[in-house]
Ligand binder design. Structure first.
Ligand code: FMN
Length: 385
């Protein structure tokens, strides 16, 4: 493929290069995938106001997220098994994010560990926490995050139990893939991926294996995960984690104004309006449809961040116009990673930056921090106007 110009170009390349079970793991949602699709398509109904003959020189995309400077208000979302899209995937993505001046968020369910990122990237990053029943393990994980130089903790609340994703079940998703005939045939068509994997020791869940009790090998890991995610998680646990962590706290997975209110009252620094990329409750609102009511409820009292369905810089600016202070991208960067490793994540961030910058200019603005409901045509303009 010639130079990728869109996130869709990166997706097509990733589909060619990444083994099917891991490509499908990224490009899928729960049950009918209705919410997954709506996350993307609902952006299309939002229309921008074109402005002319206004000064478009000296533009800036620089902003902040939880008080930390960012080159543009776009962070890499936490995604599990990122090191299966490409060998050492989390290290590559963290390096690309660092070079682009945007935050990288490591998932609890990553392949590379907290220590791997600290040792191989050496720059501050964010860490996403899933709450497991084994609270000793959680306390130790938080300590490890502090030692690794993590500057914000992203606490995910929307995965107390796992939404059903048909493709993962049909593909028999595991890390690394089991040597079944179907997998071996598929892997034979992905030589680049296989060579990368042969060259790295990181092929399992780096934050967990060897750290959590009773998890020494992969076969016990899947059952451990199913057993360990805590279905009894409550706002009291959020308080416990907030106190234990003591730093910047971001609550992820808020889709309802009542929950947003609780997040604001919890004293967290930010919340992320998110439906986990349509991977949990199918039939829920798209993230962009849920955003305005949450901004109305808590905007001004807690920083409102956003993720879900962002495939362009235009989607970023629409989320900002509807009241988000910053955004996260999941699949967009995973497609870049699967397509071309670190270079692909850089390409993804370049594409989004350019689209964001040109769109902002054509809407008549020069500073991303000035984006608000005025850039949307009537009907969408009520927010932050
Ligand atoms: C492959 C994949 C794995 C994910 N793993 C996690 C995870 O480990 N922790 C988490 O909080 N969110 C996880 N998410 C959700 C993302 O953080 C984010 O909410 C979502 O990807 C945003 O939607 P987008 O992919 O359309 O940008 C995952 C998403 C994907 C696509």
């Amino acid at each position: 493929m010639a130079q990728p110009l869109t996130i869709e170009d990166l997706r097509i390349l990733a589909k060619r290069r990444v083994p099917r079970m891991f490509y499908d793991y990224a490009d899928s949602g729960a049950w009918t995938e209705g919410t997954y699709r709506a996350n993307e398509t609902d952006f299309q109904a939002i229309k921008l106001r074109q402005r002319v003959a206004v000064d478009m020189t000296n533009r800036t995309l620089a902003s902040t997220m939880v008080g930390q400077p960012v080159a543009m208000p776009v962070a890499l979302a936490p995604t599990g098994l990122t090191g299966m899209q490409h060998a050492d995937g989390e290290i590559h993505a963290a390096r690309a994010a660092d070079k682009a001046g945007v935050p990288f968020t490591l998932s609890t369910m990553s392949i590379c560990s907290l220590e791997d990122i600290a040792n191989h990237v050496g720059k501050p990053f964010w860490f996403q926490l899933y709450v497991m029943k084994d609270r000793d393990f959680i306390a130790r994980l938080i300590e490890r995050a502090k030692k690794a130089g993590v500057t914000a903790l992203v606490l995910t609340l929307d995965l107390q139990i796992l939404g059903q994703r048909h493709k993962d079940i049909r593909n028999g998703l595991s890390a690394p893939p089991k040597p079944t005939l179907a997998n071996l045939i598929n892997l034979a068509t992905k030589p680049r991926w296989c060579l990368g994997m042969l060259d790295t020791p990181r092929r399992s869940f780096g934050n967990i294996v060897g750290h959590a009790k009773g998890v020494g090998d992969l076969s016990s890991l899947s059952s451990w995960t199913a057993e360990q995610f805590d279905p009894a998680l409550s706002w009291d646990d959020v308080k416990w984690i907030k106190d234990l962590w003591g730093g910047k706290l971001i609550i992820k997975g808020i889709l309802d104004p009542e929950d947003a209110e609780k997040a604001a009252q919890s004293g967290a620094d930010a919340l992320i309006v998110s439906n986990h990329g349509g991977r949990q409750l199918d039939g829920a609102l798209s993230s962009i449809a849920a955003l305005p009511a949450i901004v109305d409820q808590v905007g001004g009292r807690i920083e409102v961040l956003f993720d879900g369905g962002i495939r362009s810089g235009q989607d970023v600016i629409k989320a900002l116009a509807l009241g988000a202070h910053g955004t996260f991208i999941g699949r967009a960067f995973l497609y870049g990673l699967g397509a071309m490793g670190e270079k692909g994540v850089t390409a993804c961030l370049d594409i989004i930056r350019k689209e964001l910058d040109i769109t902002m200019a054509l809407c008549g603005l020069r500073d991303v921090r000035d984006v608000d409901g005025r850039i949307l045509v009537d009907g969408n303009r009520q927010r932050r106007a």
